[in-house]
Design a protein around this ligand. Structure first.
Ligand SMILES: NC(=O)c1ccc[n+]([C@@H]2O[C@H](COP(=O)([O-])OP(=O)(O)OC[C@H]3O[C@@H](n4cnc5c(N)ncnc54)[C@H](O)[C@@H]3O)[C@@H](O)[C@H]2O)c1
Length: 338
């Protein structure tokens, strides 16, 4: 029976991944280690109450004692999702990003070695590779040079370097996945897709940065999670796998697709002052993950978006709780009071 240790499993992608493990593997043991920061939401795990295969531990990945205590001696796979993950917040202050994303990753690598974890799976982002030209038809590959442009991306790039060093220097079995923009259920409401759905549903304007022409490569969260599991099971030690669904969309196009699907006027899209240093285009070449791991996304943009919109419509209570408190203050600072 495989033992899994998941960091950040109360967040958006981590909670989807924990659910995927429990769905796919009838016999498994999952320790879910999460500090429950503003982005960690116990509501994301409420349907797992009473699930004997899942144990939630509240703890900080920067605390070596807490990590070692929770990790135990028999972990097969450590999946590292925990991070400060919002670019805009990293522009306000990079401090927590360096602490969690850099120091925290090193603490986990050290603990994984001490506890002889079989494989360390590090969840990274395409943002470590910087920005592509708007119309130049180039793509990020696993060999693209690092060129992080935001404090968030820089902290994730540093984390990847530490993972690489742990593999190279100490022989720790590590695999890295780098993905583009995820969308789906349980995403923190300050991110574009849930923000657009919530605001549009309430007939509020939907903020769109700059001219709305920035391009992101969108993937349904469960498809990303399946790729991470495939990398754990079939990936080669020391390798990086770029994960993408060949689904480039301009931000304005994403917002308009949501407004159309909800039957709301496109005039609700409201251009706001651009984010400083806003990367123009991310686009992933997923040939390696497709070829080596046999992975393919299951959802199209249309089917994934339909499922996502339905989930938010059916979970108004989740949205209301996630939108309270810290998020409100952030929203007012970022886009002005609404
Ligand atoms: N969201 C995306 O589109 C995307 C794309 C590519 C890669 N990623 C990466 O995937 C991972 C998960 O992203 P997400 O969108 O689910 O993030 P999220 O912000 O929704 O969740 C992060 C989780 O980490 C936890 N956490 C934060 N600091 C911690 C600490 N010090 N100790 C323990 N737990 C802590 C939070 O409580 C939260 O539950 C991140 O590493 C991110 O860089 C995200």
């Amino acid at each position: 029976m495989p033992n899994f240790f998941v960091t950040g499993g109360a967040g958006f992608i981590g909670s989807a991944f924990v659910r995927l493990l429990l769905d796919e593997l009838p016999a498994c043991d999952v320790v879910n280690f999460d500090a429950l920061t503003y982005a960690g939401n116990p509501d994301n795990l409420s349907d797992l109450e009473g699930e004997a295969r899942h144990r939630f531990v509240r703890g900080d990945i920067c605390d070596p004692r807490a990590v070692l205590d929770a990790l135990g001696e028999a972990t097969d796979y450590l999946f590292h999702f925990a991070a400060e993950s919002h670019v805009d917040r990293s522009i306000e202050s990079a401090r927590e990003f360096i602490r969690t994303n850099v120091l925290g990753t090193q603490v986990l690598l050290d603990a994984a070695r001490a506890r002889r974890v079989r494989r360390f799976v590090h969840v990274s982002t395409d943002e470590v590779m910087g920005s592509l030209g708007e119309d130049d038809a180039t793509f990020f590959t696993e060999d693209s040079p690092f060129a992080p442009n935001s404090p968030y991306a820089a902290s994730k790039a540093a984390a990847e370097h530490l993972v690489r060093a742990a593999h190279h220097t100490f022989g720790l079995d590590c695999v890295v996945t780098r993905c583009g923009n995820n969308y789906g259920p349980r995403q923190f409401p300050e991110k574009l897709v849930p923000l657009a759905i919530s605001n549009a549903t309430a007939d509020d304007p939907v903020p769109v940065y700059g001219d709305g022409r920035n391009v992101r490569d969108w993937i349904y969260v469960e498809d990303h999670c399946r790729a991470i599991l495939a990398a754990a099971e079939r990936g080669r030690a020391g390798e990086v796998y770029n994960v993408g669904a060949r689904n480039e969309r301009r931000n304005l196009e994403v917002v308009e697709a949501i407004l159309d699907a909800l039957g709301k006027p496109r005039s609700l899209a409201r251009f706001v002052k651009d984010r400083p240093g806003h990367d123009r285009r991310y686009a992933i070449d997923p040939a390696k993950v497709e070829r080596e791991l046999g992975w393919r996304p299951r959802e199209t943009w249309e089917s994934g978006l339909r499922k996502t919109i339905r989930w938010y419509a059916d979970h108004a209570d989740w949205v209301a709780r996630a939108r309270s408190g810290d998020y409100r203050e952030f929203y007012a600072r970022q886009y002005g009071a609404s």
